[in-house]
Ligand binder design. Sequence first.
Ligand code: ADP
Length: 458
Amino acid sequence: MRLRPRSIRTRDTLVAAVLAAVVSGAIAVGADFGIRGTVRADLVQDTAQSARRTSAAIRDGSLASPIPDDTGGRVLIQVVGPGGNLLDATPAAGRRAPVSDYRPPRDQRVRDFQQCSGGGLGRRCEIVEAIRVTTAPDSVVVYAATPVPAVLANGALEVLLLLGVLALSALAAWVTWRVVGRTLRPVALIRAQLAEISGSDLSRRVPQPSGEDEIAELAATANRTLDRLERAVDRQRQFASDASHELRTPIAGLRANLEDASMHPEDTDLKAVVESALRDTDRLEHIVTDLLLLARIGTGDAAREVLDLGDLARREIDRRDGAARTADAPRLVADLAPGVRVNGVRMQFVRLLGNLLDNAERYADGTVAVSVSSSGGFAVLTVQDDGAGIPEGDRERVFARFTRLDSARSRHAGGTGLGLAIAREIAQAHGGSLGIEDSVRGARFVLRLPLAAEKDRA
Ligand code: ADP
C-alpha cells in the first residue's frame, strides 16, 4: 500500500494538519489537566473550610440551626448523627437526603472525595468533605458538599478542547493547501509548457515567474537548458545534412563511373575505373572514420594518461621525416621544451597534431615550425607554416565541419573538411583551446592545454 501521497500539496497539507493536531493536542491535554486541577483545588479548599468551621462550631457549642450559609447556597452543609439521622443543615441542604453514608473512622477523622451520579450530559459531581467531629464512637459527622461545574462533570470540557484541536488542524490544513497551491502554480505552468515542447519544436520557452526564488531559478535554468538543447539539436541537424551531402558526392561519382563502365564495357579502361572507384571508396572511408571519431571525442570512453607533449611532437616529426618524402616536401623544424606534460588520450593528441601538420605541410611553401613550451599553467603547442596563411575573417570558419577554403585543392589532396573540427573538439574535450593567431607569414595554429597537476606526474 502506498502511504505517501504523490502530490507535494497533499503531502504538505497532511504534515501541517498532523503537526497542528499534535501540538494543539498536547496543549489541550495540558490545559485540561490544569483547569481540572485548579478548579478541584479551589473547590476542595472552600468545602474543607466550611466543613471545618461547622465542626469547630459544634465542638464549642455555638452552631446555629439551621446552619447559616455564607456561600449563597453553593456549599451545602449537613450534620449527621451516628444513626444516619440529619441533625442540622444549611437551608438549601436541609431538603435533601444525607450527602453521603460514609463515616470517617476514628483514626482518620477528615476525608475529602468526589462523588458523581447520572451519566452522559446529565452527569453531576460534587466535592465532599466529611469530618468526624470527635473520636467518640457516637460522634456526629459534618458533611460539606460543593457541586463541580457541569462542563467538568459531564466531559463537555474535553469535547470543547477536542473541537478546538480539530478546528486548529483544519485551519492549518486549509492555509497550507492554499499557500502551497499558490506557490506551486508556476511549477504546474512550467511542467505543462515543458510537456508540450518536443524535439521538433525547441524554440518555445517555459513561463518565467517574476522574482528570484527557487521556482524562478528553476524556470531560468530550464530555459537555459532549452537554449543549449536547441543549439545542440540545430548543430546536429546541420551536421547530419552536411554529412549526408559530403557522402553523396563521392557516392554519386562512384555510381556514375560504375554505370558508365557497365553500359560501355568495350570503351572502358577497367584499370582506370577500378582505381577511381578505390579513390572514392578511400575518401568515403576517411569521412566515415572522421565522423565516428568526432562523435566519440569527449564521451569519456578512452583512457587518459600523463603525456609529454614535446616527446609526442618529436615522435610525430621523426615519423614524418623517416617516411618517404617527395623532394618538394616542406622542411620540419622543431623547438620543443622538455617536461611539458598534459593529461589526455594519447591517440587523440596524435590525431590532433597529425591534422595540424598535414595541413601545414599541405599549405607551406618551404618550412613548417613546431614549438612546445609552457606558460601560465598551460602547455602551448604551435604549428606554423610559411604558406599563404588564412585571412582573418576565415579564422573561425575553418574550424567548422566540412569547411574548405580552397575546395579544389584540398579535395584533391583528400581532405575531408573535418580535420580542424576534430582537432578543436579534441582540444576542448581536454579543457584546452585551439585557434589561429597572427603571424608575419603563413598560418600559425596555437593549441593550449592545461598542464598536468603535479600529483599526476609520478
Ligand atoms: P581539410 O580536410 O580540408 O584539410 P581542415 O578542417 O583540416 O579540412 O581544414 C579546413 C580548411 O582550412 C582547409 O580546407 C583549408 O582551406 C584551411 N586551412 C587549414 N590549414 C591551413 C593552413 N595551414 N594554411 C592555409 N589554410 C589552411
